[in-house]
Design a protein around this ligand. Sequence first.
Ligand code: IPE
Ligand code: IPE
Ligand code: MG
Length: 244
Amino acid sequence: MPQSQKEKELLSELDKSRIPEHVAIIMDGNGRWAKKRGLPRMVGHRKGIKRLKEIVPAAKDYGIKILTLFAFSTENWNRPKREIRGLFRALERYLRDEVEELQKNSIHLHPIGRLERLPSFLQEELSRVERITKNNKGIILNLALNYGGRSDIVEAVKKIIANRPEKIDEETFSKYLYTSGQPDPDLLIRTSGEMRISNFLLWQLAYSEIWVTPTLWPDFKKEDLLQAILGYQKRERRFGRIEK
Ligand code: IPE
Ligand code: IPE
Ligand code: MG
């Protein structure tokens, strides 16, 4: 994707030595984007999913190592059946259409959440693309589907009870989460202005920097991602310590 003047300017401000290793995004605002235009919500979802084609490779180019995207929450089942079905179909199509691009950009797809409750057509496409991309080393794309932070913790507890590890501490506990082996997000981005977590990575977000932008997800561009990273680089992460 060619660089815009704006992107070039923002890139020149970036401190390459302080790129967040793990970025998580709550991709919100598809419905409002459509409503503003008098269009059905599904148009917003399709437009939102299209954004992934730009944002995922851009994240890799900027040096992010793990990108976790919230695509469907355990609470989103409370939406009309038609919308849910349409969203799953659109996600399946994205995976099918993009698998070559994912390969080309060395993106490793790693779906997270209670995938066994998703329709089989989507489960099959997810595991097919995961299998094809599993050796890619460019960036890990955790795609959160039927994901809930509480459910992540409850499932971890079930696995711990079944495995009976000798020692249970924070480090071993986190190995039982869907993000096992990955560092926690350094930066959480939420689009469309809502200042809440909505049951996203509850455990993993303990010390993440939070960036909320009023931009609706279907309008979110790589320049917006750069703005968020630049904002992150201005923060002082203290982790409970006092200033030096
Ligand atoms: C985010 O957009 C996509 C999902 C939650 C699946 P929304 O559909 O929540 O859009 P708004 O919040 O209604 O605008
Ligand atoms: C969070 O957005 C879930 C996803 C982006 C997948 P919601 O639109 O579901 O969150 P609430 O209902 O506004 O908290
Ligand atoms: Mg929403």
